[in-house]
Design a protein around this ligand. Structure first.
Ligand code: AGV
Ligand code: CA
Length: 314
């Protein structure tokens, strides 16, 4: 066994997905073996460019990147998908090359399938976008669950309300679970060792001005770039509620958090794939599958950990 945990990171190119990539690469106990992109809460060209630049900037240009071709039925709002374009427009990112980072010819779900098949030891899969790529790989080869050490997925809302606000939806689902409800169901029912990081836990971690202030005083290259990314998430229209959370960031931290800093619940969870609650992940003893989810965390500890790892030199 290696002393670091091998991790495949599947993200969907949002501001906090890209910040999660920076954070993940700086965690001492993690060895990132590949990055896959789901074209969900992003435009894939932007997500790919920012991913390659971050890998290059952090001295990780050997890590392979693969872009997904599969899409879910419920697209993200175009305003959200366009927002992360600013990430590769910041001066640090503009100065950084990307062509030293290889892009795999295989689509993300195929690359993931082959990486898991050939893995010498079980791999942890961190996912901060919809479950589409891993669900496709597991559908093709259900035995691959044995090659997955665990899945940590920013997805779902188990005992709290969701964050989908669409005319044909009752608001019970979290967006990553809703984008591709069938993939969500495949993942939950797959028998894989699954730990959700749902809204139940992330609701305690809004991106507050106080948090950004604490990051800013670090005054280092990494904290400045991170603060610039987050600055683009504070825009809000008066009277129109909008809060950005440390959704994907918490999920990344879960890979390194001491057991005493989080509370995990285990139970039967079912997934709806139909309106009006498509993507709803709810406790259900009759038709559910047994999975675990992070119910709550020590929010102060997590904030300090994030500020610690997102400061210093690249
Ligand atoms: O539901 C949270 C997920 C996370 O993976 N994403 C954003 C994070 O990357 C969707 C999302 C929910 N609300 C959003 C989202 C918002 N206001 N802006 C952008 N994305
Ligand atoms: Ca995301």
């Amino acid at each position: 066994m290696s002393s670091t945990t091998p991790v495949i990171f599947d993200h969907d190119g949002g501001i906090d997905d890209l910040l999660s990539l920076i954070l993940l690469l700086r965690l001492p106990n993690i060895n990132v073996v590949g990055v896959t992109i789901t074209p969900a809460d992003c435009y894939p060209d932007d997500a790919l460019l920012s991913t390659r630049k971050i890998l290059s900037l952090t001295g990780n240009s050997h890590i392979p990147v693969s872009v997904g071709q599969l899409t879910g039925p419920n697209p993200f709002p175009p305003e959200w998908r366009a927002q992360p374009k600013m990430c590769h427009a910041t001066p640090t990112m503009l100065r950084t090359s990307h062509d030293d980072v290889k892009v795999e010819s295989k689509a993300a779900h195929e690359w993931m399938h082959s990486a898991l098949t050939h893995a010498a030891e079980p791999v942890t899969v961190l996912m901060t976008g919809p479950a589409t790529n891993l669900a496709a790989a597991l559908t093709q080869s259900p035995n691959l669950v044995d090659k997955v050490q665990k899945v940590v997925w920013m997805g779902g809302a188990v005992k709290v309300k969701g964050n989908v606000a669409m005319h044909d939806h009752d608001g019970s689902a979290e967006w990553n679970a809703y984008w591709d409800p069938k993939a969500t169901k495949v993942l939950v029912d797959s028998g894989v060792n699954l730990l959700l990081v749902p809204l139940d836990a992330t609701n305690d971690l809004p991106v507050s001005w106080d948090f950004l202030q604490q990051l800013a005083v670090k005054n280092t290259p990494v904290s400045d770039l991170s603060g610039q990314f987050w600055a683009s998430t504070v825009t809000s229209i008066p009277s129109y509620e909008f809060t950005y959370f440390l959704w994907d960031i918490l999920s990344t931290c879960v890979l390194a958090l001491p057991d005493t800093k989080l509370r995990i619940e285990t139970g039967q969870v079912a997934v709806s794939t139909t309106t009006p609650n498509a993507g709803h992940t709810y406790p259900c003893d009759e038709t559910g599958s047994s999975i675990s989810w992070v119910a709550s965390v020590d929010a102060d500890y997590v904030r300090e950990m994030v500020i610690h790892y997102l400061s210093g030199e690249f």
